[in-house]
Design a protein around this ligand. Structure first.
Ligand code: PEP
Ligand code: MG
Length: 609
């Protein structure tokens, strides 16, 4: 029977495919597509892990004290039986063979299938065996993690769909950490759904950067959807349809074709300069996560990188941080990829919903337990780990020899942090000079994403060459709404007058001081805000490459001379979204003069007569 699940739309479009379920597990499960040539090796890994666990059970049984209850030995027999059952190991080997999953993923995928079968059993005794199965699988996963890791996937196969047939695959999970999301980037998935998450959680942001339809906060999705179910993801409506009827499927296939046509039309704007009707040049920049995203940004028509989230270089490496050379190479390759266009690299923004696995810092562990969004994250963490911070700064300054680099500092709130940041930069400049390593000039920027920074902007403008407004966090901290929590997602409101007020004064003050100002949060890539931000005076927007064309379309149709006078009416309105819709939609219509006058609270032409 077809079911519908509602969540939050985070990335537009329609995906139709077979569900690949990523189960949440007590043990960390790496999800890797292995190279087809290594299937046999991976199956041997699986069988070896099984044999190791079988030996463990034998030892346990052998070591049972003579007075141990008889049930204990019987239980170990049950575990042995489950372990040797073809329904577990044989089927897991099939996942490896057919889908090219690594062994850990294959075992946990099969656990998911079997667990559901147990849940449906009439017999309570058999139903309870699910817990035993989970324990056996946990042992298997631990044994796999102690053995050799899977062969690394072949990057040249990225995007290939040569397993499990030709049908597209969509990812379904309880939650996906941003780091895991990154490893799925440019993989085979054509859409994804998670139970948790908000629209601007980092998982959603990476999904958006993958430019595939996605829905988050779909609560029970990972429980209601089964491996291999046919599902539709409607990324515009935030809807997931499981097992759709043929009519619904046909309707969505039609919409899928329409949206592909629309994308094709928009793509033609790629190399058109972003200039408004009244001749204002607008800079449309790209947000990227890895240096390899550079060519994608160029292809989308970006005129530079406005935000390179460097923390993604620090992920998926078991807590081992990249050294100066490795970082230098990564930044340099981003600079090279952008062929002389400016590259704005943000220093690490670790913490909150972007934890680093296996970090030794006790303080970081402490903050992740308490209130991560308010804890030791971003520049606070960098300043607490000066050698790490200086390593990154040195690598950035050295990369600046190869092209225009701007350094952006996240989450600054106070003068003390600004001062320490400047001292660190001065220190590494001295170090580089002394060691004779060449380094380049950089512009320094501050992210404005804490209300305290927006409210003390003149101080920031004294120290920095430019500011970049991180609306994702600015909204979170202004409204006290956790951006990653789907339970309060309905209260996460970019249209809140307080948020608009902070954005607008930041833009106005930065411009008045002759400093660069851009927006690099998700609002910059949402066409619903393009006119309003232009009206506020913004001329630099940074977003996922996939959003550039839609925003450019809005820019090309905008007339900033007519938009600017409407800003106050929107900000002062109790319902800015409605007011904005009414005022901006009317531009160019016969009612335009009346509306404009009303917005400015001037008598209209008719009243004056
Ligand atoms: C922001 O907060 O708006 C931003 C761009 O940074 P991030 O989303 O990485 O926190
Ligand atoms: Mg931020």
């Amino acid at each position: 029977m077809s079911i519908q699940i509602f969540g939050l739309p985070v990335s537009r479009g329609v995906a139709i495919g077979r569900a690949v379920l990523i189960a949440s597990s007590r043990v960390d499960v790496p999800h890797v597509f292995i190279d087809p040539s290594l299937i046999d090796e991976e199956i041997v890994r699986l069988l070896t892990a099984r044999d190791v666990v079988a030996d463990e059970f034998e030892t346990l049984k052998h070591d049972l004290p003579p007075d141990a209850p008889a049930e204990l030995a019987a239980l170990l027999d049950v575990h042995q039986m489950l372990l040797q059952d073809e329904a577990l190991i044989g089927a897991a080997a099939d996942w490896i063979r057919q889908r090219h999953y690594n062994a850990e993923w294959a075992v946990s995928a099969q656990l998911e299938v079997l667990a559901r079968q147990f849940d449906e059993m009439e017999d309570a005794y058999i139903r309870e065996r699910k817990a035993d199965l989970e324990q056996v699988v946990e042992r298997l996963l631990r044994s796999l993690s102690r053995g050799l890791p899977s062969a690394v996937p072949d990057p040249s196969r990225a995007g290939a769909r040569d397993f499990g047939g030709d049908e597209p695959l969509v990812l379904v999970a309880g939650d996906i950490a941003p780091a895991d999301m990154l490893s799925f980037k440019r993989s085979v998935f054509t859409g994804f759904v998670t139970d948790v998450g908000g629209k601007t959680s980092h998982t959603a942001i990476v999904a958006r950067s993958m430019d595939i339809p996605a829905v988050v906060g779909a609560r029970q999705a990972s429980h209601l959807i089964r491996q291999d179910d046919c599902i539709i993801i409607d990324g515009d409506a935030g809807l997931v349809i499981v097992d759709p009827s043929p009519i619904v499927l046909e309707e969505y296939r039609f919409r899928q074709r329409q949206s592909e046509l629309e994308r094709g039309r928009l793509a033609r704007l790629r190399h058109t300069p972003a200039v408004t009707l009244d001749g204002e040049r607008v800079e449309l920049l790209a947000n990227i996560e890895m240096p390899e995203d550079g060519p994608v940004a160029l292809e989308a028509g970006a005129v530079g990188v406005g935000l390179f989230r460097s923390e993604f270089l620090f992920m998926n490496r078991g807590g081992d941080l990249p050294d100066e050379e490795e970082q230098y190479e990564a930044y340099r390759s981003a600079v090279d990829a952008m062929k002389g266009l400016p590259v704005t690299i943000r220093t690490v923004d670790i913490g909150a919903d972007k934890p680093l696995e296996g970090l030794s810092s006790s303080e970081l562990r402490h903050e992740s337990v308490l209130n991560p969004a308010l804890g030791l994250r971003a520049i606070r963490w960098s300043l607490s780990e000066p050698s790490m911070f200086r390593r990154q700064l040195r690598a950035l300054l050295r990369a600046a020899v190869h092209g225009p680099v701007k350094i952006l500092i996240p989450m600054l709130a106070s003068q003390n942090e600004i001062r320490q940041t400047m001292e660190n930069i001065a220190h590494v400049r001295r170090q580089l000079t002394e060691s004779g390593k060449p380094f380049g000039d950089v512009q320094l920027g501050a992210m404005i994403e804490v209300p305290a920074a927006a409210l003390t902007l003149p101080m920031f403008l004294r120290y920095f060459d430019f500011v970049s407004i991180g609306t994702n966090d600015l909204i979170q901290y202004t409204l006290a709404i956790d951006r990653a929590d789907e339970a309060v997602a309905h209260l996460y409101d970019p249209w809140h007058p307080a948020v608009l007020h902070l954005i607008s004064t930041t833009i106005a003050q930065a411009r008045a001081a002759g400093r660069g100002v851009s927006v690099c949060g998700e609002m910059a890539g949402d066409p619903a805000f393009t006119e309003l931000l232009l009206a506020m005076g913004l001329r630099s927007f940074s977003m996922h490459p996939s959003q550039i064309a839609s925003v450019k379309q809005r820019v090309l149709r905008a007339d900033t001379r007519r938009l600017a006078p409407l800003v106050d009416a929107v900000i002062q309105s109790e319902e800015p979204e409605v007011t904005c819709g009414e005022l901006f939609a009317s531009l160019g219509t016969p009612q335009h003069a009346d509306r404009l006058a009303r917005a400015q609270q001037l008598p209209t032409f008719h009243q004056a007569q």
